[in-house]
Design a protein around this ligand. Structure first.
Ligand code: SF4
Ligand code: FES
Length: 249
């Protein structure tokens, strides 16, 4: 039976301090921390608390979001030191059931524009560099490009990517070398390299067989831990490395 405030019962609202790393390029020479107290349900998302701040306390706070349901990938940020989507991270997980402090920062390794907003263009340029689209081979004529369930399963995991950049901006190699194409780009290359209908695999493998490509990965697993979609990012990178080698033999 549900008991109010118990394990299964409704939980009372809690006070949460959002400690946010802020930066206004028009005014600040460097980022600084600012704390806002909000009242929230433990089952609210961190994004709800950020909305409360922006709509009720400080309209200058800048952050991105769109779908609010873990689909668009626009609200990746560092929450308590780990990359996550603010729209799926619950207050009770980030602050505890009785409330507490949540630390929020922009994702690392991309140019900071304002508060929690970074310039995503370098990330998308790396994504575009791996030909993230189907390269059609022979014209199938009036027929479909058919694929067996087993062939479809070969790249199923990497189709789940929402381009949130949580993996790439959690990668210590990327922090030290922004020229590294990064986990997200390799995940999206994987999605087409292993698609039986695609003819661009060789070109993608050549692109990734490079100093800035897949060999930069040091299997730190930070990307896999950061992915909000549960994609086995490191395993996908390893499969691409093996394909590069086996394709050369
Ligand atoms: S692989 Fe995961 S963490 Fe990386 S961009 Fe795609 S969804 Fe985001
Ligand atoms: S707002 Fe779309 S994924 Fe969070």
């Amino acid at each position: 039976m549900d008991r109010p405030g118990g394990q299964n019962g409704p939980m009372a609202p809690v006070d949460v301090d959002l400690r946010i790393r802020r930066f206004n390029p028009d005014r600040d020479s460097r980022p600084h921390w600012q704390t806002y107290r909000v009242r929230a349900e433990p089952t609210d998302r961190v994004l709800d608390a950020l909305h409360t701040v922006r709509w009720e306390q400080d309209g200058t706070l800048a952050f991105r979001r769109s779908c609010a349901h873990g689909v668009c990938g626009s609200d990746a940020m560092m929450i308590n030191g780990a990359n996550a989507l603010a729209c799926i991270e619950l207050i009770r997980d980030a602050a505890g059931r009785r409330g507490g402090t949540i630390t929020i920062e922009a994702i690392r390794g991309l140019p900071l524009i304002k508060d929690l907003v970074v310039d995503m263009e370098p990330f998308f340029a790396q994504y575009r560099s791996v030909l993230p689209y189907l390269v059609a081979g022979d014209d199938p004529g009036a027929h479909e490009r058919r694929q067996s369930p087993d062939d479809r399963a070969r790249f199923d995991d990497t189709t789940k990517c929402i381009l949130c950049a949580a993996c790439t901006t959690a990668c210590p190699v990327f922090w030290g070398n922004s020229g590294y194409v990064g986990p997200a780009a390799i995940v999206n290359a994987h999605r087409f390299i292993f698609d039986s209908r695609d003819s661009g695999g060789r070109r993608r493998l050549d692109l990734l067989d490079d100093r800035s490509g897949a060999w930069r990965c040091r299997t730190a697993f930070s990307c896999t831990e950061a992915c909000p979609r549960g994609i086995k990012v490191t395993a996908a990178i390893q499969e691409v490395k093996r394909a590069i080698v086996s394709d050369r033999l």
